[in-house]
Design a protein. Structure first.
Length: 158
């Protein structure tokens, strides 16, 4: 498997990555966790080192499954996750309504894009817990939003 440098970080990542949206089960009819872990292991066994997930994928389920899958193989992967798509606030910009958890009192779960430093810190802490790791190799914003100055977002990411 070919690799490429991840910016100027000194990290090399495979040119093919494993995207873990479907592992979260949302919009895909659920997920079989054993099959998902097997898929992650097969990807790693075939040279895929870049694994990309996000807290919004299955409202944390994707990160939990990825964490279980890499528990004994953390040193073999470049772990990427994201921040910014949240369901715990109405701050930021309303992005979509989803029936991810079934109908709520309004019929949908509101998803907002929120990149305020406090929100980023909270999301990062929760991702580390769900993934069961002490660091994330690539942490990125899922979407941009206009209510938080980009300098504040970037300042927190740095």
């Amino acid at each position: 498997m070919q690799t490429r440098p991840l910016g100027e970080s000194g990290i090399e990542a495979s040119v093919v990555g494993l995207g873990a949206w479907a592992i979260g089960g949302w919009m895909w009819g659920g997920t079989d966790e054993a099959d998902a872990v097997d898929a992650v292991h097969a990807a790693i066994d075939h040279g895929v080192t870049l694994i990309d997930t996000a807290p919004i994928y299955g409202l944390g389920l994707s990160e939990q499954i990825i964490g279980r899958a890499i528990r004994d193989r953390r040193d073999e992967v470049v772990l990427a996750t994201k921040c910014g798509m949240v369901t715990n606030t109405t701050k930021g910009e309303h992005k979509i309504n989803s029936t991810i958890l079934g109908a709520s009192e309004t019929g949908h779960l509101a998803i907002h894009i929120h990149l305020h430093p406090e929100s980023i810190r909270h999301e990062l802490e929760m991702s580390l817990l769900r993934l069961g790791v002490d660091h994330i190799d690539l942490y990125q914003t899922h979407w941009q939003e206009s209510t938080t100055p980009i300098a504040e977002t970037m300042g927190e990411l740095m």
